[in-house]
Design a protein around this ligand. Structure first.
Ligand SMILES: Nc1ncnc2c1ncn2[C@@H]1O[C@H](COP(=O)(O)OP(=O)(O)OP(=O)(O)O)[C@@H](O)[C@H]1O
Ligand SMILES: [Mg+2]
Length: 1007
């Protein structure tokens, strides 16, 4: 007598329209491994994905059911999609031809009838009910043949364990990487202690277990058992052994040493390990602890807090790659577009090109792969916080696919403007976890003060490390050259870093320049590379400029040779001059391409640029490691106008001495002080300062925004339970802990808000439930604050024309508090800005300009709105940057508009345009812009091109804005047009170098 077994699992399909699964292959592998480990003479076959084609599955049925004799027992499992008329979906099933490319139940029934086997057990972890996102293929055309019920497979000696009733859907347990039924089966096997098991009897326990998980996930799924075997189906206990641990090594509680190659024990493929070992051969302590003690490679969630440069991001990377190798999808969340793009380039190179993983990004750019993200067609996705929050809330299917979320730079939860997005996305993930979605959450944060129960709220362990791989010397330097610092052993010291004679007043009055020049000179002579942080764009540029003049460094010819040459902002010339003197600056007035050139030149070890002067906001999150960092100021200017927090200071200081860069064995951070008194006070405040605790940005002023955004995360909620929704946030959790009466007070407050929102048609009530109206949902899903959204609604309602164009929306957005709050450079004296309304009405017409007056804080505020609106009009109509700068700069000293301002206004508008469009579509009766028009405008705002030129974006080489415009001016409007140009023609428009780059990319058919 023999035991013949076959295990089938299909996650991936040749037909790209069939949604992928994440646990079916693992189901099959786990069952195959468990049975192979426990029953020595079993003949077990495993076929997954590509091998589980129609042909492969039929062969397997033939070699098990077909080959069995009357003494044999057969065990079969299938995990994957089913169709609503009871067909099994194979790897090569085609949605357009289901009749011929699926395996119908009739065919299975035939095998079951004909087999000689004494007993058959068939574990069917798919569903046939027809609802997405279950394991069923909906909307597949129903075939004409009479379909039969699965239960007909059962009978004497024929047992069928099916994932759900025929009317129900079968789900995967998200994050577990298994189907609900198979997971329950595996757990029951592992937990059972009796010397033998009766599969039939045990199935009752499996059903029970699966039911309880289903209830937690708030889904209706009841596994069912059909058929019987006289005398039962008795087997030895099914326990994990070598096969299982090879497939799922992490289940064995493996510990590793620093050698990267040891990670092979976790099942990570050698190709990946070799790739990693090329970057660095050993894991550091933080990474080892995360693996050995906090089990991140076994699916455990973790909050890791460690200094800059300590290798946190790689902790997230380890967990992500492990998840992907297990068939789970991984998501990396980052604070900035620039950082997301940088990581995307890096990850695509390592994991995409090298290892065949599908790496995608969504950060609000036209290159985004949002569509692939929503359909789950990725392995590793990189998103900005806001993008993720928006996509996950408005596409519920996204949640089903998530296996791992890495939240990088989680200290952003305390950020006054971005904190709300971080907290809301975490709240959403945590409540999904409570419902049974098992999402691994790796939260990575730079150093912070008190953890303030953040880990408890996240419901995970915390790993806190103070250790920097490269030690940091931190101190303050005054104008007499005295440096008060803490050395790498933690001892406070004072030294004469510069001699007083070196510090001379260089201009009319004393300024930081007097110290910066000799200091940087000294550091560069010592072989260091230096970042000087400045708190404004102008001084950042000015500082690089005077250092270039004074230091006599050799010119960065390589960097100069790759700078863009078309349509340049005025700052470009200044950058060239700095590079000629071996320095550079980095601020928002540079174009993206220029910034990249600067970063690259500063990063490269042969370093043509050894001195970089950068604004504080720009430097955060960009990989520009230095050996010494100088902080010329300790406060922000403009709207913010506040001192740096200790955490912000530490983050900037920590940019010094990142590993893998200079040969220096330590980094150094120097705060500049005017006198000895200020030196001591800055030293106490920052170098020795206590970091601020982690906190929530939930406060009573923003409660309306929080409420509407939280409600947008759910379908409906019992009115009486509304306070629980708020309690789920970190802020709510903290308030509840510290103040028992918070709940009651909040309940009352929320009641008032609900009444108010009902009056505004944002919330509706049915029985005991409340839910957002369509309009309410549009407000809650938008990135706008509640007050802004309401103001926008009023504005759009007051529009009198029937046609609302997308460019009008762009103008109206300039009226919102978010745009007003962002700083617009204005000439405050005199009347030179009073021409703005005229300029705006020439572009938008008088009605729109009238609307821009609404609720203005004063005349200047109104002019600023008109200025932004007109400037954006010009930007999206392809006006040259220099011309825009000229037109909107009344005076070189005040109200100066630079390229950075254009970018800032365009980005802010882009962030809100889609929300504005959704709101408008609900309230403006008349013609509204189409989705395509909004998409086009988003692109236009991003790249600053007129619609006619957008066709050029599909040229497979990213060109500069000026180059696109030059092509357009020569009548070349699409990639097609480009390919029909001769090299000579292209050369006359774009220069020789670009022309030959383009010609090299010309598809053969177009040549
Ligand atoms: N085990 C290691 N050995 C050597 N270098 C490492 C190791 N792990 C990471 N690194 C390198 O150290 C540098 C910093 O790592 P990483 O960016 O992960 O740090 P981080 O803690 O995330 O820093 P930040 O707070 O700036 O985001 C990177 O260049 C990375 O390649
Ligand atoms: Mg990092």
């Amino acid at each position: 007598m023999a035991l013949l077994a076959g295990f089938i699992g299909v996650d991936r399909f040749a037909d790209i329209t069939i949604p992928e699964l994440t646990g079916a292959r693992r189901d099959a592998e786990a069952l195959w491994a468990l049975f192979s480990d426990s029953i020595p003479d079993i003949q077990a076959k495993l076929i997954t994905d590509k091998d589980a084609s129609l042909h492969g599955i039929r062969q397997l049925l033939q070699s098990t059911l077909g080959a069995a004799t009357s003494d044999d027992t057969v065990i079969l499992s299938f995990s994957g999609h089913g169709t609503s008329n009871h067909q099994i979906v194979a790897h090569d099933t085609s949605r357009t031809d289901p009749a011929d490319t699926t395996i119908p139940m009739e065919e299975l029934a035939h095998y079951f009838r004909e087999t000689q086997a004494k007993a058959v057990l068939f574990i069917l972890d798919c569903c046939f009910s027809g609802g997405a996102p279950a394991k069923v293929l909906g909307d597949i055309p129903v075939s004409r043949s009479i379909s039969m019920s699965v239960s007909t497979l059962a009978g004497e000696g024929r047992i069928l364990l099916a994932a759900s009733r025929e009317s129900e859907e079968a789900y995967e347990v998200p994050g577990e990487g298994h189907g609900l039924l198979t997971k329950a089966l595996i757990d029951t096997f592992i937990e059972t202690t009796s010397p033998t098991i009766d599969l039939v009897e045990m199935s009752a326990q499996v059903v029970e277990k699966a039911r309880s998980v289903a209830i937690k996930m708030r889904i209706a799924q009841t596994p069912v058992l059909f058929g019987h075997v006289t005398g039962g189906l008795v087997l030895p206990p099914i326990k994990p052994g070598p096969h299982f641990y090879t497939k799922f090594p992490q289940k064995g509680g493996l510990r590793v040493d620093a050698d990267i190659q040891e990670l092979a024990g976790f099942g990570l493929p050698l190709t990946i390990l070799n790739q990693w070992a090329k970057q660095f051969p050993t894991l550091n302590d933080l990474q080892l602890q995360a693996i050995n003690d906090y089990r991140i490679l076994d699916g455990s969630s973790l909050l890791a807090i460690a200094p800059t440069g300590s290798g946190k991001t790689f902790v997230g990377e380890l967990a992500a790659i492990q998840a992907i190798c297990e068939g789970r999808k991984a998501v990396f969340l980052l604070p900035y577009r620039a950082l997301t793009n940088e990581k995307y380039e890096q990850f695509s190179q390592v994991y995409g090109d090298g290892l065949g993983m599908r790496v995608i990004r969504c950060c609000g750019d036209y290159v985004d792969q949002t569509d692939l993200f929503v359909r789950g067609k990725y392995d590793l996705a990189l998103l900005t916080y806001e993008m993720f929050l928006n996509l996950v809330v408005s596409n519920t299917g996204v949640l089903n696919q998530l296996g791992l979320v890495v939240l990088d730079e989680a200290q952003f939860i305390t950020d006054p403007t971005r904190g709300i997005s971080v907290e809301l996305l975490l709240t959403y993930l945590l409540s999904a976890k409570q419902r049974g979605f098992q999402i691994q959450l790796i939260t990575l944060s730079a150093v912070v003060g008190d953890v303030n129960h953040f880990d408890e709220w996240l419901d995970c362990d915390k790993l806190i490390s103070q250790e920097r791989p490269v030690p940091l010397v931190e101190g303050a330097l005054d104008r007499s050259g005295i440096f008060q610092f803490v050395d790498t052993d933690g001892n406070e010291q004072v030294t004469q870093l510069l001699s007083p004679s070196e510090i001379q007043v260089r201009r009319k009055k004393a300024s930081s320049q007097d110290v910066i020049v000799p200091l940087v000179q000294k550091l560069v002579q010592q072989g260091e590379n230096v970042i000087v942080f400045r708190n404004q764009k102008g001084p950042a540029q000015g500082c690089a400029n005077y250092l270039a003049k004074e230091l006599g460094l050799s010119p960065a010819t390589e960097a100069i040779s790759v700078l863009p040459q078309y349509d340049l902002p005025t700052t470009s010339q200044a950058l060239r001059e700095c590079l000629h003197g071996g320095t550079a600056f980095h601020n928002r007035n540079l174009t993206r391409e220029e910034k990249e050139v600067v970063e690259q030149a500063f990063r490269s070890l042969d370093g043509q640029v050894r001195v970089l002067s950068a604004t504080t906001t720009v430097a955060a999150g960009i990989n520009t490691p230095a050996s010494t960092v100088i902080l010329a100021e300790h406060e922000f200017v403009g709207q913010d106008g506040r001192q740096f927090t200790v955490a912000e200071y530490k983050n900037m200081a920590g940019r010094a001495g990142r590993p893998g860069h200079t040969s220096n064995s330590r980094g150094q951070a120097i705060l500049l002080a005017d006198n000895s008194y200020e030196r001591q006070s800055l030293f106490r405040q920052y170098v020795q300062g206590q970091l601020e605790p982690i906190r929530s940005s939930l406060d009573s002023q923003s409660l309306k925004t929080w409420l509407v955004r939280l409600l947008a995360q759910m379908e409906r909620v019992q009115r009486a339970e509304i306070v629980a929704v708020l309690s789920n946030t970190y802020g709510g959790y903290l308030a509840n802990r510290s103040d028992p009466s918070w709940r009651d007070r909040m309940k009352q407050h929320l009641e008032e808000l609900i009444e108010l929102m009902m009056e505004q048609d944002l919330i509706e009530e049915e029985d005991v439930y409340i839910q957002l109206t369509l309009l309410g949902r549009a407000v809650g899903e938008s990135a706008l604050s509640f007050d802004s959204a309401m103001r926008l609604i009023r504005l759009v309602r007051s529009i009198q024309t029937d046609d609302l164009s997308v460019i009008t929306l762009v103008a109206l957005l300039q009226q919102l508090p978010e745009s007003d709050g962002g700083y617009t450079p204005m000439m405050k004296k005199g009347r030179s800005e009073s021409i703005r309304p005229q300029q705006a009405s020439e572009r938008y017409g008088t009605e729109v300009v009238r609307l821009l007056q609404h609720l203005a804080q004063g005349e200047l505020d109104y002019f600023a709105r008109c200025k932004r609106a007109s400037l954006l009009w010009d930007w999206v109509h392809g006006v040259a940057i220099e011309e825009i700068e000229r037109l909107y700069t009344p005076n070189p000293y005040q109200g100066k508009i630079g390229y950075g301002d254009i970018q800032k206004f365009a980005d802010a508008t882009r962030l809100y345009l889609r929300s504005a469009h959704q709101l408008a579509a609900l309230i403006h009766i008349g013609n509204n812009p189409s989705d395509e028009e909004v998409d086009r405008m988003q692109q236009q705002l991003e790249v600053g091109l007129p619609t006619e030129a957008l066709g050029l974006l599909s040229v497979p080489l990213r060109l500069y804005r000026g180059e696109y415009l030059a092509l357009l001016n020569n009548g070349v409007k699409s990639s097609q047009d480009v390919w029909t140009c001769s090299e000579l023609q292209l050369s006359s428009i774009l220069g020789k170098k670009r022309a030959s780059e383009l010609i090299a990319l010309r598809p053969p058919a177009a040549a």
